[in-house]
Ligand binder design. Structure first.
Ligand code: MG
Length: 221
């Protein structure tokens, strides 16, 4: 894989990809399916920019894992940066929305959880952050009413609505900005609904936001 210089966000060419914040356990039924507690504040981890791929690219399963899962998620791109952003103002910082997959090495993550170690390795392999093109924020009326869907070889694996998020997008931005100085181009993977399951070589994956508003097609190698 080539070493990339700055990567601009597809659909938002004025923005280079910044930090990639991810939220764990932001849907109750997903927390339950992994036998995890429902958090009382957002659970935050990061992915490296080297994990990003786009439409038509390949998810490469790492040799270190025997159990890699898809997690379909709404992804937010920030157009403005800031610190201590009020929840009431937070959505005005969003430049666009995409559908993404928080690819996860579940076996490595489970071992990390058992030992209270960080999730960085389980979440951060190359190709573990596929992203669709971004839809400008002004074209999305309400980020808390978007259908997320993922099919693997044409079979639906996850299909839910962002209405079910425990911490909505505005609250996530406000919360993160109290910890990190947010910057234009920062991304937020907002958590996955129920239905995560393994992917194997040869799988064809399609993820969509509101049916065809944004579409992401990737294959697994
Ligand atoms: Mg996730």
């Amino acid at each position: 894989m080539c070493i990339m210089e700055k990567m601009t966000l597809p659909g938002l060419p004025d923005l280079d990809i910044g930090n990639i914040f991810c939220i764990g356990r932001n849907y109750v039924e997903h927390a339950h399916e992994l036998k995890s507690e429902v958090p009382d504040k957002p659970m935050v981890f990061l992915k490296p920019t080297s994990s990003v791929i786009f439409n038509g690219d390949l998810i490469r399963l790492p040799q270190q894992s025997q159990n890699v899962h898809h997690e379909v998620e709404l992804v937010v791109a920030l157009g403005k940066g800031g610190k201590y952003i009020a929840e009431s103002e937070a959505l005005s910082y969003v430049a666009g929305y995409a559908i993404g997959i928080d690819v996860t090495a579940r076996d490595i993550q489970q071992k990390a959880k058992d030992k209270s170690h960080p999730w960085t390795v389980a979440k951060g392999f190359d190709t573990f952050a596929p992203l669709s093109s971004f839809i400008p924020a002004e074209d999305i009326e309400d980020p808390q009413n978007l259908d997320l869907k993922i099919t693997v070889n044409d079979k639906v694996r996850q299909s839910d609505n962002t209405l079910l998020m425990i911490f909505p997008v505005a609250e996530l931005i406000s919360y993160l900005s109290g910890i990190f100085r947010l910057q234009p181009g920062d991304l937020i993977f907002t958590g996955t609904p129920k239905g995560v399951s393994p992917i194997v070589p040869g799988d064809r994956i399609e993820a969509t936001l509101n049916d065809n508003l944004a579409t992401l097609s990737v294959s697994v190698e």
